[in-house]
Design a protein around this ligand. Structure first.
Ligand code: HEC
Ligand code: HEC
Length: 375
């Protein structure tokens, strides 16, 4: 029944998307240049609507250019570090480190983030949400002293000296400028869509989950309700819907998931909004490809998914900004609780981990279009 509904809605949405895409991009002219609109670009309807900025439409040339830039070490001051140094395709665009290391060789404070389905979820980027577009984001690591440490003026000069970049920029955007470098990187990253995991195939009616995976799925999507004998892991309350990332309305995609107690809370979102109630809130990351993106959390403190589940089940630290969705989620029937705990069984925790593994998308990490064009 669900599958039939999914299929039906899929075909309707495919038509709708086709109309949007074809209608919106009948042709694209930037200055005197004509770039090729991407006409077959579509996304699973279950992800919801997506938006591409009007002043940076997706074109073949922009995406190709962005891909080159993403993998080009010339974006760093010492010509050794590219975006892909910290965002490796085979790790769903993370780096496998607890915290990232760039040109300075000094460990950064934060864990590098997976880059998938970036057109959905919170409209704020970085763990504390300090930028609001991919265009704005792209120039940050390039100039950051510990990440890529490159001056934009120097980068523009280096790219101008390369005839291939000259012609790519010319068709995609016109001139080689900071702004157009950022736009190209953003365009490439918008195409990083992961939607072919076992879970996606299950949603499309092309695969069945094992009993354990299915138990994990049910726990993932349920908020526990002892009175109704409903056991739940509560995950979808924050890792929302099919995307498993945070909500996109204002700051709803940010939460304090109980990693630290009051005195150890980092500012998090508070640094951006200056609102005290936002202390210790971080971006709810996507869980797609999560089995590939260890270590976990903004500071990479957990090495395994087992540790993550132990955290949610019995490691929650109380603080004034702890999400109420976590504080009150409890599967125990034993009355008064003093410590926030899910009280899931070992069997249930293992099932949730099995479900998380169904979010791995082998197609995504093997996709030629996302790989290093210099290889
Ligand atoms: C030295 C490692 C490093 C390099 C190089 C690097 N990144 Fe990152 N990236 C990170 C880290 C760490 C974070 C999280 C930082 C934060 O929250 O402040 C991040 C976050 C991001 C995000 C935000 C994702 C989200 O969901 O909010 C995007 C997008 C991104 N990087 C793209 C890029 C691009 C494009 C480049 C190249 C221009 C690049 N990165 C270079 C380590 C790196
Ligand atoms: C109240 C909201 C909330 C709930 C409920 C929640 N999470 Fe999270 N989750 C977050 C936030 C916020 C982060 C990032 C926290 C940080 O790094 O400071 C996160 C991070 C994670 C990470 C690490 C992701 C990464 O890329 O490092 C995993 C894995 C995870 N959650 C799994 C789960 C599972 C499984 C459940 C259900 C048992 C769950 N979450 C319930 C908000 C939530």
């Amino acid at each position: 029944m669900l599958n039939r509904l999914v299929k039906k809605t899929l075909s309707i949405s495919a038509i709708v998307i086709a109309i949007i895409v074809l209608g919106g991009f009948a042709y694209i002219e930037i200055g005197s240049n004509r770039a090729t609109p991407i006409t077959d670009f579509s996304a699973p309807f279950v992800f919801g609507q997506f938006r591409v900025p009007e002043d940076n439409p997706l074109t073949d040339e922009a995406v190709e250019l962005g891909r080159r830039l993403f993998y080009d070490v010339r974006l760093s001051g010492n010509n050794e570090v590219s975006c892909a140094t910290c965002h490796r395709q085979q790790l769903a665009f993370t780096d496998g480190r607890q915290t990232a290391i760039g040109v300075s060789g000094k460990a950064l404070a934060l864990n590098s983030m997976s880059l998938a389905n970036l057109m959905w979820g919170p409209r704020h980027f970085f763990w504390n949400g300090r930028v609001t577009s991919l265009e704005e984001q792209a120039l940050v690591p390039i100039q950051h002293a510990d990440e890529m440490d490159q001056s934009l003026a120097e980068l523009v000069d280096e790219l101008k000296a390369d005839s291939q970049y000259k012609s790519l920029f010319s068709v995609a955007y016109g001139r080689i400028t900071n702004e157009n470098i950022a736009k190209a990187l953003a365009s490439f990253q918008r195409t990083l869509i992961s939607s072919d995991s076992k879970y996606d195939k299950y949603l499309r009616g092309e695969a069945t989950l094992t009993e354990q995976e299915n138990l994990g799925r049910k726990l993932f999507v349920a908020h526990p309700d002892v009175k109704a004998s409903l056991r739940g892991g509560n995950c979808i309350d924050c890792h929302s819907q099919f995307l498993t990332s945070g909500f996109n309305t204002l700051y709803d995609g940010f939460s304090n998931n109980g990693l630290d107690s009051e005195e150890d809370l980092l500012p998090g979102l508070e640094e951006v909004t200056q609102i005290r109630a936002h202390r210790g809130l971080f971006k709810v990351p996507t869980l797609r490809n999560i089995a590939l993106t260890a270590p976990y959390m903004h500071d990479g403190r957990f090495a395994t998914l087992e540790q993550v589940l132990d955290h949610y089940n019995e490691g929650i630290k109380m603080s004034s900004t702890l999400s109420p969705l976590i504080a009150e989620a409890d599967n125990s029937t034993k009355g008064v609780v003093t410590q926030a705990s899910l009280n899931l069984t070992e069997h249930e925790k293992t099932a949730i981990i099995a479900f998380l593994h169904t979010l791995t998308d082998r197609q995504f990490i093997a996709e030629e279009k996302f790989s290093n064009p210099f290889d």
